[in-house]
Design a protein around this ligand. Structure first.
Ligand code: F0G
Length: 423
């Protein structure tokens, strides 16, 4: 086999065919590929991925499966459930750059909200649901602040697998709940928070054999690695100085670290960029641990307007710490007001993203202000979810006369004279 499961510190190995999410000692697992063998079979290089035209089941794939050799080299295409996820745009914006004080030539925003169900989760979901099929699982589950449930619902439908999603009562944006219901998955609203839902999912895996598609599932992270590789491909493999993105359950932080570590091993890049992970102040256990030299992770009761990252006990913490070490990374926390202001800028630039995604831009502003990120640096920010995921947040902001960038609608009579007043 070219791939196996390996515990992240003690290096215990397990077969890919085993259904497991932690080692016997409780450590998290990586999916590890034998790159020597992969390299013997494929001529992995920058040019290889630049020239390759990838197809899955007769459809052009691009995106996640463009990197199949480094994601799941041996999986038979017949198992693959794909909606051509990935292939997302890398935007430039004069408006956002000048608000930040960065050069428009050196600042990019990768919009993962342009995936099939409107968030980066689809990148992980295509791989994890493919493995669920390969492992002949009978039902799939997840705990979710919304986007994972939307993604699971769509992919479970395509895979014809029954799905159950657990979402915390009162903390999931309306666009995301709508998707879970519409795609037809069983939706359980739990009288608790995301961390309660996550704990239940882990228990359900052990006791009820329900296959979890949360980011504790290491195959999810294999798919999410491709966000980084796709950006590098779009930049002609020129490594930026910084990648900046939001952190909640810390799946992306972990996946992005692994993507860069592997790209370096494979000589696709010759230096490591730095990470800046942004949390909401009210949901910032990773930020606090970082400030404390990662001596311990203190779980907390999370509260923030950015409900996607309202998480107080991130399950991928050990992998995320490793990723920060690999990338000499930093962590910052931003207030809900800072998130909303950055969101108003990102939205009014005609790009738009959900609140958690805009923590990226709020954090960038703060780090530039502190001098940690310099105006000459090349920065790639990642927008994780679509603007339409949380319409209520937008309406609340713009109907509120006290918010600084509010753009409230005006009511007029049906006459041209009334219209004239606004031209
Ligand atoms: N941004 C968005 C839009 C998200 O939905 C999430 C996580 C994150 C950022 C944080 O990413 O967990 O990899 O650090 N959403 C999960 C969910 C938890 O259930 O949809 P992370």
């Amino acid at each position: 086999m070219m791939s196996l499961l390996k515990s992240i510190h003690s290096g215990k190995e397990y077969s890919l065919d085993e259904v497991r999410f932690t080692a016997d000692d409780g450590e998290l697992l990586d999916v590890v590929h034998d790159f020597e063998q992969v390299k013997q079979q494929y001529k992995i290089s920058k040019e290889y991925f630049a020239k390759k035209r990838s197809q899955i089941n007769g459809q052009p794939s691009g995106g996640v499966w463009h990197f199949k050799e480094l994601v799941m080299p041996e999986i038979n295409d017949d198992y693959i459930i794909s909606k051509q996820e990935g292939n997302t745009r890398l935007y430039r914006s004069k408006k956002i750059s000048s608000w930040l004080g960065l050069s428009a030539e050196r600042f990019y925003l990768k919009h993962e909200g342009e995936n099939p169900t409107g968030s980066f989760k689809d990148r992980g979901m295509t791989v994890a649901i493919t493995i669920a099929k390969y492992l002949k699982q009978q039902a799939v589950t997840c705990a979710s602040t919304g986007n994972t449930s939307a993604s699971l619902a769509a992919y479970a439908s395509e895979a014809e697998l029954p799905g159950i999603v657990l979402i915390p009562k009162g903390s999931v944006a309306v666009g995301k709940i709508s998707q879970a219901l519409a795609y037809g998955t069983k939706t359980l609203v739990v009288n608790g928070d995301f961390d309660d839902c996550m704990r239940m999912i882990q228990e359900a895996q052990e006791k009820l054999s329900a296959y979890p598609l949360n980011s504790i599932n290491p195959f999810r992270l294999e798919g999410q690695k491709t966000i980084i590789w796709e950006i590098l491909l779009q930049l002609g493999w020129k490594v930026p100085d910084w990648f900046i993105f939001p952190g909640g359950n810390l799946g992306n932080t972990s996946a992005f670290g692994k993507a860069l570590f592997e790209a370096y091993q494979l000589e696709l890049i010759d230096r490591m960029p730095r990470f800046a992970v942004i949390q909401a102040e009210g949901a910032s256990p990773f930020y606090k641990a970082y400030k404390n030299n990662f001596l311990e992770l203190k779980k907390e009761k999370a509260e923030t307007i950015a409900t996607a990252i309202k998480i107080g006990a991130p399950v991928n913490y050990p992998k995320a710490v490793r990723a920060l070490k690999w990338t000499n990374g930093i962590v910052e926390a931003v207030s809900d007001e800072e998130i909303l202001e950055a969101k108003a800028i990102v939205d009014s630039a005609g790009i738009g993203a959900e609140p958690a995604s805009c923590a990226t831009v709020a954090g960038l502003k703060k780090l530039i202000g502190k001098g940690e990120i310099k105006s000459k640096d090349t920065v790639v920010g990642i927008l994780t979810g679509n603007i339409l995921k949380d319409p209520q947040c937008i309406v609340d902001y713009h109907f509120n006369k006290t918010t600084p960038l509010a753009n409230a609608p005006h009511s007029i009579e049906a006459s041209i004279d009334e219209l004239k007043r606004f031209l």
